[in-house]
Design a protein around this ligand. Structure first.
Ligand code: GUN
Ligand code: ZN
Length: 430
C-alpha cells in the first residue's frame, strides 16, 4: 500500500555550510513524499509523482512544509523533571538539581512513566531520533528502550556510568558498569530501531578502572555507540586536569581508554585546543552542539567554524535539562545566536542540516535517517510555518524558502509541528 504526502518539502543532501548551497539542499514548492513499508519510496514534484504513482493515496497539507524528522544528538531523559532550575553553573547545577532529580529513578515506576512522557514530548516536538542518557539505574535504560520500541523510534541510549565524586546513591562500580551495560547491549542493541550507547557520565565521575571497563566493552562491541561529556565548563576542565596530570588533555582521558572512535559522541566540546579538535576528527568522533544548555549554564560558545575547518562531525542537541527546551526548532535559533556571539553565521539550511542529516552523520546513521532520499526510513514532520498570529503576520512578507525557513527556526517550537511520522506511520497522541 503506497501512501503519499503532499506539501512543500525541504531537506539536505549534504552540508550547506561546506558546499555551494544549490547542490546541498533540495526544495519542492509543491512536493510529494511517497512511502512504502516504512521507507521513502520516492520524492519529487507533485506533477511527476502523480504520473509515476497513480494508485498512491495522497494526503495534502495545504500551506505546510514537510521536513525530515529532527534528531537530538544529546539529551538526558530523567532531566525533564528538573529542566529550568535556577542559578548555577555546571558543577553546582549537577549537585543541586541534576543528581537529586536522578535519584528518583531508583523507583522503576517513576522511570517508566518518565520514559513514556519524554518520548511523547520528543515526538510532539518533531524529534524522531535521539541519543539519550538514562540514569545510573539499569532499569531506567530498560524503561526507555521499552517505550522507544513501542513507539518504533530510532533511539540510541545507555545507562550512565559513574563510580566516584557523586552521591553514593547514584554510584555503580567498574564491575557493575561492565556487567549491567553488557546485559543491556545483549538485550537491546540492534533490536528494532534501537542502539546501545556506552555512557560514562564524564571524566570526573568515572574512575580510571571504570573508564577502562567502558573501553573494554567498546572494543568488544565495536558497533555500539559511546556518549559522554567533554570540555563543557572551565571549572570542570580544570578539575579533570588536576585529576589526570598524566593526560595531555581532557579528550586524552577518554582516548587512552579506547573511548574515542567512530560512533563516539561528545557533548559540548567548548574548551578544546587545536590538537584535540584534530584528534577528534582523525578518530571519527563527533561533537554534539548544545547551544541552549551552553547559554543557560553559562558554559561557553561552541566554535562551529573550527569544527568544520577540521572536518569534525557535528550534530545539534538540546541537552535537556541543562538545555531549556526539547524543541530542535528553538535549539536551531539558539545555535544561530551562539554563533552570532562568535562572529560566525548560520543560514537556516545549515541549522536544519545540523538537526537532520548532520546529526545523522554524527551518529553514523546517515544511511538510514537524516533526509528524505528514497530508501531512507520515513521519519518526517509536517510543519505549519504560520502556526501563531505572529508567524502568520511574518510569513505574509516572506518570499524565498531561505527566508521562510529562517523565520520558522527563529520563531518555531512545538506549536509549529502539526504531525510527526515515524517509520511511515503518523504518531497519534490520543
Ligand atoms: N556533565 C556531566 N553530567 C552532565 C549533565 O547531566 N548535564 C550536562 N550538561 N553536563 C554534564
Ligand atoms: Zn549532557
Amino acid at each position: 500500500m503506497l501512501s503519499a504526502y503532499r506539501a512543500a518539502v525541504f531537506h539536505c543532501l549534504s552540508d550547506p555550510g561546506r558546499s555551494a548551497a544549490g547542490d546541498s539542499t533540495e526544495y519542492f514548492d509543491d512536493g510529494v513524499v511517497v512511502v512504502e513499508d516504512g521507507r521513502v519510496l520516492a520524492l519529487g514534484d507533485a506533477a511527476s509523482i502523480a504520473a509515476d504513482f497513480p494508485n498512491a493515496s495522497v494526503r495534502c497539507f495545504d500551506g505546510a512544509l514537510i521536513l525530515p524528522g529532527l534528531i537530538d544528538c544529546h539529551v538526558h531523559f530523567p532531566q525533564v523533571d528538573i529542566i529550568g532550575s535556577y542559578g548555577e553553573q555546571l558543577l553546582d547545577w549537577l549537585e543541586h538539581y541534576a543528581y537529586p532529580g536522578e535519584m528518583r529513578y531508583a523507583d522503576p515506576v517513576h522511570a517508566r512513566a518518565a520514559a513514556g512522557f519524554f518520548l511523547d514530548e520528543l515526538l510532539r516536538n518533531g524529534t524522531t531520533a535521539a541519543a539519550v542518557f538514562a540514569t545510573v539505574h539499569a532499569h531506567s535504560a530498560e524503561a526507555l528502550f521499552e517505550a522507544a520500541l513501542e513507539r518504533r523510534m530510532r533511539l540510541v541510549a545507555g545507562k550512565i556510568l559513574m563510580d566516584r565524586d557523586s552521591p553514593p546513591e547514584l554510584r555503580d562500580t567498574a564491575e557493575t558498569a561492565y556487567t549491567d551495560s553488557r546485559a543491556l547491549i545483549e538485550r537491546w542493541h540492534g533490536r528494532g530501531r534501537l542502539g546501545y550507547a556506552i555512557t560514562p557520565r564524564f571524566a570526573l565521575t568515572s574512575s580510571d578502572e571504570q573508564l577502562g571497563a567502558a573501553g573494554r566493552l567498546a572494543a568488544e562491541f565495536p558497533d555500539t555507540w559511546i556518549q559522554t561529556h567533554l570540555a563543557e565548563n572551565e571549572a570542570e576542565v580544570a578539575a579533570v586536569a588536576a585529576k589526570h596530570p598524566d593526560c595531555a588533555s581532557y579528550l586524552d582521558v577518554y582516548d587512552r581508554h579506547g573511548l574515542l572512535r567512530e560512533r563516539s559522541v561528545f557533548g559540548h566540546c567548548l574548551h578544546l585546543d587545536d590538537a584535540d579538535i584534530r584528534r577528534l576528527a582523525e578518530a571519527g568522533g563527533a561533537a554534539a552542539f548544545c547551544p541552549s544548555s551552553n547559554l543557560f549554564l553559562g558554559s561557553g560558545l561552541f566554535d562551529l567554524a573550527a569544527m568544520r575547518e577540521a572536518s569534525v562531525k557535528v550534530g545539534l542537541a538540546t541537552d535537556v535539562g541543562g538545555g531549556t527546551s526539547l524543541s530542535m526548532l528553538s535549539t536551531m535559533a539558539e545555535a544561530y545566536k551562539v554563533l552570532q556571539l562568535r562572529g560566525q553565521s548560520l543560514r537556516a539550511s545549515e541549522a536544519l542540516y545540523l538537526a537532520t542529516l548532520g546529526a545523522a552523520e554524527a551518529l553514523g546513521l546517515a544511511d538510514r535517517i537524516g533526509n528524505l532520499e528514497p530508501g531512507k526510513e520515513a521519519d518526517f514532520i509536517v510543519v505549519d510555518p504560520a502556526a501563531t498570529p505572529l508567524s502568520e503576520r511574518r510569513t505574509e512578507r516572506l518570499e524565498s524558502i531561505d527566508e521562510r525557513l529562517f523565520a520558522l527556526i527563529t520563531l518555531g517550537d512545538d506549536r509549529y509541528v502539526t504531525e510527526t511520522f515515524v517509520a511511515g506511520e503518523r504518531v497519534r497522541y490520543d
